[in-house]
Ligand binder design. Structure first.
Ligand SMILES: Cc1cc2nc3c(=O)[nH]c(=O)nc-3n(C[C@H](O)[C@H](O)[C@H](O)COP(=O)(O)OP(=O)(O)OC[C@H]3O[C@@H](n4cnc5c(N)ncnc54)[C@H](O)[C@@H]3O)c2cc1C
Length: 600
């Protein structure tokens, strides 16, 4: 259902989750960073200033884990309201929209150790209580969490179960008089544990019923283990928890007995869109550093920014960032549009259901965003040569810090399984007309080729729109072939699932970048031409990615004549005259280098 934004005059559509795979959207139906309201823009500017003036100058002290520094930065962020964005007003929060929540994550990401701690506190630490807490729990904890007087943490992982989260060993039992739960077990890798005051701990009641419990730091029987020594985000706190006959009042059960997995997984879902947004902010900074250095460093008598191979690195980073940023704000805009139609007295559970609708988009943001950030940080190190490799410059830290994003909030392997698995499940249940679309495509294949209207289209971005249509067809062909061959055992074919996930992500990325560019063109923005070049370069890359992924899927699912036939069809879909992406990449890099930054 559409909701009008008075600032942007745009009508953002709460499109069904995953529908991008099959349906075209109009530019005015998607939210883009250019649609921020004045208030949202001010919040982003305040967050930028805070990052520049408070976070970056404290980087060395944070990274050295100087006692109290990270915590006091959280309190300073709280004074500006940043820790209160997702907390309803009646509990001392600001109750703002999800775009604002993502904006804050995006613009506070320049120091990854802080950003991780902030994300764990405001996201996975606080949201379980916002969504699942009783009235008493909300009143007791949320006002303190909103001001960062208390810091929150989320304790799911254990030494023997990370991805396999349902396999936790921590146990809870009800005391003989029924007044307390007694927790026993250990948790591992818990962000903020070194100083957090409140933990959402997941445990199985009587070894069976997966449940969530709120455990205060001072509870007898809770011990915090030693800080881990990590590759990156060294300034953030990561410790194990030991729960030895840890007794908590029975009122500290969070949600329902046996339903803890809903809490665990739904919260991670939101963690993923925030992580995607934080990766966008981190990459923006890495690109700025790349450009600054490339302009200053002279080799063979000229700034290295003038070399084609350096330009290619800058352009690749810019192209991927533009795609990730477009997807992130589009997704969050859909969430806000979905939430805006809820009645005022809707329960937090109903809110969470609306957000859950975009589970597949959140997983795409997580995977694409974290890999985009890794690429950007890697290119930064390479552009800086030897200087990129030593601790005196931020490139080395960016590179180390970027790595964790592919591991936590569900590893990228697990998220790739979620992307394809979730869409297939929706298709099977009839919520997404994927099977009908596959059947239609297969029928079309039996017909002789008809007049190609797309080829005659001379309007701006016509080539890229045609590429998007081809990506969809190739993906449907691959998905249809794989589901025919493997039926319900498709989930066991992990490589096929992951290849399909990459096809699906490329479609969402290209469509999001294209729709944003169409909006920029329509508004006459000075960056529209640059955005058009970015789309062209990304479309070329996406075509190659999807074609090679689809080839692998077809070969895994077919052989002999059947494979030959499907490959002929795939080649027909992939047929396209290449654009000159070398020239366009040079122009993209030149444009951003002249401006000294990522232009959007
Ligand atoms: C710095 C840091 C902070 C963290 N913060 C928190 C936190 O605050 N709270 C919390 O609860 N946890 C936290 N974690 C834990 C994190 O979420 C887990 O490390 C992550 O989920 C992976 O689990 P694992 O380490 O047990 O690896 P495993 O699950 O053992 O995975 C090992 C490898 O196998 C792959 N794999 C596993 N299962 C499958 C499968 N079915 N199919 C294909 N591949 C598979 C994985 O993708 C990975 O590549 C943190 C971890 C780190 C390092």
């Amino acid at each position: 259902m559409p909701v009008s934004s008075p600032e942007s005059h745009s009508t953002v559509l709460a499109a069904p989750g995953g529908s991008f795979l099959l349906e075209d959207r109009q530019p005015e139906e998607v939210f883009t960073p250019e649609d921020l309201s004045e208030e949202q823009q001010q919040i982003a500017d305040t967050a930028d200033r805070f990052a520049r003036e408070q976070l970056l100058p404290a980087a060395d002290r944070v990274e050295a884990k100087e006692p109290g520094v990270l915590r006091s930065l959280l309190v300073e962020a709280a004074e500006l309201g940043f820790t209160a964005v997702d907390i309803p007003e009646q509990y001392g929060g600001l109750g703002l929209d999800k775009v604002t929540s993502a904006l804050v994550a995006d613009h506070l990401s320049s120091l990854a150790s802080f950003s991780t701690s902030f994300g764990a506190h405001t996201g996975i630490g606080t949201l379980p209580i916002v969504w699942y807490g009783t009235e008493e729990q909300k009143q007791r904890y949320l006002p303190k969490l909103a001001t960062a007087e208390w810091v929150a943490a989320y304790a799911l992982s254990e030494s023997t179960s990370g991805s396999d989260a349902m396999n936790i060993r921590t146990r809870a039992t009800l005391s003989a008089d029924g007044s307390e739960y007694i927790l026993n077990g250990e948790k591992m890798w818990i962000t903020n544990a070194g100083f957090a005051d409140l933990f959402t701990v997941f445990a199985k009641l009587d070894g069976e019923h997966f449940s969530a419990f709120l455990v205060e730091r001072t509870t007898a029987g809770l011990t915090i283990g030693k800080e881990e020594h990590k590759l990156g985000i060294r300034g953030s706190s990561t410790c194990p928890l030991i729960l030895a006959d840890c007794r908590i009042p029975k009122e500290n059960l969070l949600g329902e007995i046996g339903k803890g997995h809903h809490i665990a997984f739904n919260i991670l879902n939101v963690g993923r869109f925030k992580l995607g947004a934080a990766c966008v902010g981190g990459a923006r900074l890495a690109i700025e550093e790349s450009i600054r250095y490339a302009r200053e460093r002279v080799a063979f008598g000229k700034p290295i920014a003038g070399f084609g191979l350096i330009q290619r690195k800058i352009a690749r980073s810019v192209v991927h960032l533009f795609a990730a940023e477009s997807m992130a704000y589009r997704t969050i805009g859909m969430m806000d549009a979905a939430l805006a139609t809820l009645p005022k007295d809707a329960s937090p559970r109903e809110m969470q259901k609306r957000i859950e609708e975009y589970a597949v988009e959140c997983s795409i943001l997580k995977v694409f965003g974290s890999e985009m950030l890794s690429l950007t940080a890697d290119e930064l190190v390479q552009i800086m040569g030897g200087y990129g490799y030593v601790e005196d410059y931020p490139a080395e830290r960016f590179y180390r810090d970027a790595r964790i994003n592919r591991i936590f909030e569900g590893t990228n392997e697990i998220n790739r399984m979620i992307i394809t698995g979730w869409l297939m499940k929706r298709a099977m249940s009839g919520q997404l007309p994927l099977l009908a679309a596959i059947r239609k495509l297969m029928d079309e294949l039996m017909q002789p080729p008809s007049f190609d209207a797309a080829a005659a289209d001379q309007t701006p971005l016509a080539h890229e729109r045609a590429t998007l249509a081809s990506l969809r067809k190739m993906t449907l062909l691959a998905a249809g072939t794989a589901s025919e061959r493997f039926l319900t055992a498709l989930a066991d074919q992990q490589e096929v699932m992951a290849d399909l996930a990459d096809c699906i992500s490329a479609i969402f990325a290209l469509e999001s970048a294209l729709l944003r560019t169409q909006k920029l063109l329509a508004s006459g923005a000075a960056t529209a031409e640059l955005a058009g070049k970015i789309c062209a370069v990304y479309a070329e890359e996406a075509l190659a990615t999807v074609e090679s992924s689809a080839r692998r899927v077809l070969a895994a699912a077919n052989e002999g004549d059947a494979l030959t036939l499907r490959m002929t069809v795939l080649r027909r879909f992939a047929k396209s005259t290449p654009i000159d992406s070398i020239r366009l990449s040079r122009e993209i890099a030149q444009n951003c280098t002249d401006a000294g930054k990522y232009r959007f």
